[in-house]
Design a protein around this ligand. Structure first.
Ligand SMILES: Nc1ncnc2c1ncn2[C@@H]1O[C@H](COP(=O)(O)OP(=O)(O)OP(=O)(O)O)[C@@H](O)[C@H]1O
Length: 670
């Protein structure tokens, strides 16, 4: 420990401290030693003596990982046991990794499924959910989640793009969300064009992305767009999880060639890949083989065969070394005997690597890299100050994107405008034109029941059709730190309002005058307002319930049940509320239909006079106001109050959707 450089490194690492949940998400060097899960020792001490002899002309590594362990908790048992009652099993996903990555290099993380490649990228990018110990540093400084989100961009395995937008539109909207507010539209267009050119997307720039039904760009082009989205911010570090998965050999080769070009232009690029073909292998600057969360090799591709040959595993002629050595380090879990045998071999290979001079050189480079930045100015954690776009710009951009998405999607658009009015012919056929005889009282109640039941259902249908795709995109963009949950829900609320107003106007306008409801213009206005509010409430309740149940089917069933129950129990149209059991009478107070029906009944019957056959005059309800006083006693005097409650409902369900999303959190996306 006499070595001055190493002492400084120790001091720097100790000063980081902190826990996984704090501002610094990697533990200190001391916690690394405590949390070590194997008996394998990192030969820091051997490296220490040689640090000052390290070749100073060597390029300083940028991203260093020192003694990184990552532990997650797995819940064991069936879901119905409840998450609180299920026992939790601790799983060590990454075990004491020491790695170094340099700017200007493309490094591939390879290894069999479950070896820890994605988890390592999650930890580096600051998206891990488990407990992390050890140190990740960039340019000599302890990384925080915030810092890594600013400096790095992470391309997930799955493309999450809106199928209705063109390639250029997708990148332009993302540029508005990602780039600082001082970027003018002309700067943004220039930036987007540069990314389109860099990613080789010029020939499809004006094409729609497309989806399962409408054919758009190819799978490889989608991958390039996803990568392009992450390049808009011009990140120092680009992380990619399986960028070639699902691509044919030719497209995969070209994609990796683009990544290598990017790296050679001055970026630090790390990608995970299952089993690179030999043509891809040749494009890599570094390769890391992971197995059982440990490092079996990290070095240049040309070091691989000599290294494995030196530990007793040569590569047959004309074979892809990657295929051979990934298989060699894999654990075969098909039979217990095979598992024991291959696990032993994998552990032996990991231990052998840590005793090899390539590994010692890695440790020297880590220490050398840390010493490069160990100056007064770079002490501590410095986070790049990045100006975000202004709130109105973000809001406007999201709103435009959502509206374009709906307008371009024939199904969503027709759903928004046509579903609600679609009910009109059915209701007209069923009831015909209302007169003012005694039977018309029952018929009017039928129209009121339909007018208060159908709009929330249409809200549910529209919410289920549109919201999930936008929510998936939101999860992705939220993880990139682009905007908040409140902004997303606010934009969704504002975007659906005009659609609900237009469809409610059409629905109410035709229905009201066709069947001949109360011909008073104020009553007509109140009728429209109730229909708009019910549509909006229906859609926002669906959004809230989809926050509770991420399963769309479950959420739509639950929302339908809620509104059915509300209509049956609280409208008073099927059974008078006073005749119901006390518990249901109380429950009706929280049901939206109690207030909407009272408004619609008061609105419809006020001032109407009904005819009555002379012989049955005593059983007749001659005045509409008498009907109101008998069955909805306070409907007229509480009209304003009921409207305020309905307005409060719209706000309450919005707040509920926000709270639910906050409590449920954002799922880890892959
Ligand atoms: N949050 C988590 N909860 C439970 N298990 C986890 C969690 N994160 C990772 N694991 C487990 O850790 C192991 C490594 O997962 P990881 O996704 O990193 O592997 P991988 O090498 O990327 O695999 P693949 O190539 O199949 O994507 C797996 O067994 C996985 O189930």
């Amino acid at each position: 420990m006499d070595n001055p450089v190493f002492q400084k490194e120790e001091a720097l690492l100790h000063s980081y401290g902190g826990s996984d949940r704090g501002g610094h998400y990697y533990g200190s060097l001391s916690s690394r030693h405590e949390a070590r899960h194997t008996t394998r020792e990192t030969p820091f001490m051997e490296a220490e003596g040689e640090v000052l002899e390290s070749d100073a002309s060597q390029e300083a590594p940028s991203l260093n990982i020192i003694g990184l362990s990552y532990v997650v908790k797995e819940r064991v048992g069936h879901w119905w046991t409840g998450s609180c009652c299920r026992s939790a099993r601790t799983k060590v996903v990454l075990n004491n990794l020491c790695m170094t990555f340099a700017t200007g290099e493309l490094t591939a993380l390879v290894g069999t499924s479950g070896s820890g490649k994605t988890s390592l990228l999650d930890v580096i990018s600051g998206r891990s959910t488990g407990v992390t110990t050890g140190v990740v540093s960039y340019e000599g400084q302890q990384c925080t989640r915030k810092m890594m989100r600013q400096k790095s961009s992470y391309v997930l395995q799955a493309d999450r793009l809106l199928p209705t937008l063109t390639v250029r539109e997708t990148l332009t909207y993302m540029a508005y969300l990602k780039l600082p507010g001082h970027f003018k539209p002309s700067d943004i267009n220039r930036k987007v064009q540069t990314v389109i050119t860099d990613m080789g997307l010029n020939h499809v720039a004006e094409n729609r992305i497309g989806g399962a039904i409408v054919r758009g760009v190819s799978g490889g082009e989608k991958r390039r767009i996803t990568i392009g989205v992450q390049l808009l911010k011009d990140p120092d570090i680009l992380l990619l999880d399986e960028p070639t998965s699902g691509l044919d050999a030719f497209t995969a080769h070209h994609l990796v060639q683009s990544l290598a070009d990017l790296a050679h232009k001055g970026k630090l690029v790390i990608m995970s890949i299952h089993q690179p073909r030999s043509d891809i292998f040749r494009l890599l600057d570094k390769i890391a083989i992971l197995t059982i969360g440990q490092l079996a090799f990290l070095g240049r591709p040309d070091q691989m065969v000599p290294y494995f040959t030196s530990v007793g595993y040569s590569c047959p002629v004309n074979q892809n070394p990657c295929d051979i050595y990934i298989d060699l380090t894999s654990v075969d879990r098909r039979t217990p005997d095979q598992e024991v045998k291959t696990l032993k071999r994998a552990k032996k290979l990991c231990a052998a690597f840590t005793n090899n001079e390539i590994y010692t050189e890695i440790l020297k480079r880590i220490t050398f890299g840390l010493s490069q930045y160990d100056s007064e100015e770079t002490q501590g954690t410095v986070e790049r100050v990045s100006k975000s776009p202004s709130y109105p710009r973000t809001f406007n951009c999201l709103l435009n994107r959502m509206n374009i998405h709906v307008w371009r999607n024939r199904g969503d658009c027709l759903g928004r405008f046509i579903f609600l009015p679609f009910f009109i012919p059915f209701i007209i056929m069923f009831l015909g034109r209302l007169g003012l005889n005694q039977e018309s009282i029952q018929d009017r109640l039928g129209v009121i029941y339909q007018a208060s039941q159908v709009p929330p259902y249409m809200g549910i249908v529209n919410g289920v059709a549109l919201y999930p795709a936008l929510r998936d995109l939101f999860y992705r963009e939220y993880q990139d730190g682009l905007y908040s949950t409140l902004t997303f829900l606010g934009v969704y609320y504002v975007h659906c309002l005009p659609f609900n107003i237009i469809s409610s106007l059409v629905f109410s306008g035709i229905l009201y005058w066709s069947v001949g409801l109360n011909p008073d213009l104020v009553s007509f206005g109140c009728f429209i307002l109730v229909v708009v509010m019910l549509s909006q409430i229906g859609e926002m309740v669906t959004v809230s319930i989809m926050g509770v149940f991420r399963n769309i089917q479950l959420a739509s069933n639950a929302t339908t049940l809620i509104f059915s129950a509300s209509g049956v129990v609280a409208s008073g149209l099927l059974r008078t509320i006073e005749n119901m059991p006390t518990v249901l009478q109380w429950a009706s107070y929280i049901a939206v239909h109690k207030y909407s029906t009272a408004i619609l009944v008061g609105n419809e019957f006020h001032g109407l006079k009904f005819t009555c056959p002379e012989q049955a005059a005593e059983q007749c309800m001659m005045k509409g106001d008498n009907f109101i006083n008998t069955y909805y006693p306070h409907a007229l005097e509480h009209m304003t109050r009921n409207f305020i409650i309905l307005g409060g409902y719209s706000t309450a369900v919005f707040i509920l959707a926000f709270i639910v999303m906050k409590i449920r959190g954002i799922p880890t996306l892959h």
